[in-house]
Design a protein around this ligand. Structure first.
Ligand SMILES: Cc1ncc(COP(=O)(O)O)c(C=O)c1O
Length: 422
């Protein structure tokens, strides 16, 4: 067990500082060049799905109903792919729109529609100021969507069960608050799965704005690391009639098959689906149905996807363990950092004390390890306590990963010691 830095005398701290600085300089001299900035699958994970590219060798490009998927048409997606996602999400196929490769595009397009065209209500931009609630730390690209569309962001605390419901209940009393993005399972970056009670409280919100929308970004719906997976309550199953249009759920196969060439989907109420299709009819003639059929032929059903995800878990679990082992060995007991041990998802979230996260980012960069920009996990890139660091362990191979996390832990110790000996 490491000795707490907080209980050391100034003399002991100075000794620690000299030792850690020497360790840091030694690592720096190795000239590493490791990118841990984004959560993307390694090439070994991409290889798992290669056989999907051969499903058309029989020359059959037709759906069960005989529709040729190479041609225009079926704007809402091919029925068998709607069914596949419906099974995965626990909704009806007619409540699904199957999109292109990116759920982020579905989210951007929907929020832009709400802002400038309307989706069954007066466009938000014509109603005055528009605000979104942002549970944070959170996903930087959700915040980027808000920022690019001129939506003011309000920070909402995350608890171990999900976003702080009391804070949300207070904030939605303002009718300018039109929505929020959430990642309800294995949240990015903390790996938190919302408890049943948080899901129910969200479902039963009474916002002042009757066009309030929750973008339920279920990006990590089947991304378990082991059999001890988290279970997320299906929000549609507890949604009162008065809130039937409040939820827009999205997911994709980006981290199931291929991030650049997967299939995304959106699930919502009949009225919302109708409104979205009105806009889509102008925007496109159809998405890539060859890819939809490719995914259906390959996975067959939701169980097929779940079995497939076990192969990903086999590759990812040792990587997550490698990060956690190093964090535990190097940082536990020092009382300068806390981190989560998620059961799934793509990230480990590290919080450091003393407002030293930015300094850790700089030290890592100078030693050849690029992290996600420190601050990116908060709206406007501003972490109020400069504490959060997102670790993305999936892409580097395990050996490289170990080196990278070592650089990180030495940098955390050095940055905190710099503060303590000031
Ligand atoms: C929470 C979350 N949502 C969405 C995405 C992007 O999904 P897609 O590839 O479907 O656009 C990511 C990717 O990292 C993510 O972490």
């Amino acid at each position: 067990m490491n000795q707490s830095y907080l209980k050391m005398s100034s003399e002991e701290l100075k000794q620690q500082f000299d030792a850690v600085l020497a360790e840091y300089n030694e690592i720096k001299s190795q000239g590493l060049n490791i990118d841990m900035s984004r959560g993307k699958p390694g090439s070994d994970q991409l290889d798992i799905s290669n056989d999907m590219l051969n499903v058309f060798v029989d020359g059959n490009f037709k759906t069960e109903a005989g529709f040729d998927v190479r041609n225009y048409g079926l704007l809402q997606g091919i029925p068998e792919c709607q069914k596949l996602f419906a099974e995965l999400l626990g909704v009806k196929p007619e409540n699904i729109i199957v999109g292109g490769n990116s759920s982020l595009s579905l989210m951007y397009d929907y929020v832009a529609q709400c802002m400038f065209i309307g989706a069954g209500f007066t466009p938000w931009s014509k109603q005055g100021k528009v605000k979104f609630l942002c549970p944070c730390p959170g996903y930087d690209r959700h915040f980027a969507i808000c920022e690019s569309l001129g939506i003011e962001m309000i920070n909402i605390r995350m608890t171990s069960e999900g976003p702080d419901i009391a804070q949300i209940k207070e904030a939605v009393k303002d009718s300018a608050v039109k929505g929020m993005f959430v990642v309800p399972k294995y949240s990015n970056p903390q790996g938190i799965t919302f408890s049943d009670s948080v899901v129910k409280e969200l479902a039963e919100l009474t916002p002042a704005a009757d066009d309030f929308r929750i973008i339920w970004d279920n990006a990590y719906i089947v991304h378990d690391l082991s059999d001890e997976s988290d279970r997320l309550l299906n929000i549609f199953s507890v949604l009162p009639e008065r809130n039937k249009n409040m939820i827009i759920e999205v997911t994709s196969t980006s981290k199931i098959s291929f991030p650049g060439a997967g299939v995304s989907c959106l699930a919502s109420s009949e009225e919302n689906i109708k409104e979205i299709l009105k806009r889509l009819t102008v925007q496109s003639i159809s998405y890539d149905k060859l890819n939809m059929l490719r995914h259906v032929k390959y996975f067959k059903n939701a169980d097929g996807i779940k079995e497939h995800m076990k192969k990903h878990a086999k590759i990812l679990k040792p990587k997550f363990d490698a990060v956690l082992d190093t964090l535990n060995a190097d940082l536990s007991g020092l009382e300068i950092a806390e981190w989560n041990e998620p059961n799934g998802g793509y990230f480990i979230s590290l919080d450091v004390t003393g407002g030293s996260a930015s300094r850790v980012g700089v030290l890592c960069k100078e030693a050849g390890v690029t992290l996600t920009n420190v601050g990116a996990t908060f709206p406007y890139g501003k972490d109020p306590s400069d504490s959060n660091i997102r670790i993305a362990p999936t892409f580097p191979n395990p050996e490289v990963l170990k080196q990278a996390v070592k650089v990180l832990t030495v940098s955390v110790r050095l940055a905190c010691l710099e503060n303590l000996i000031k």
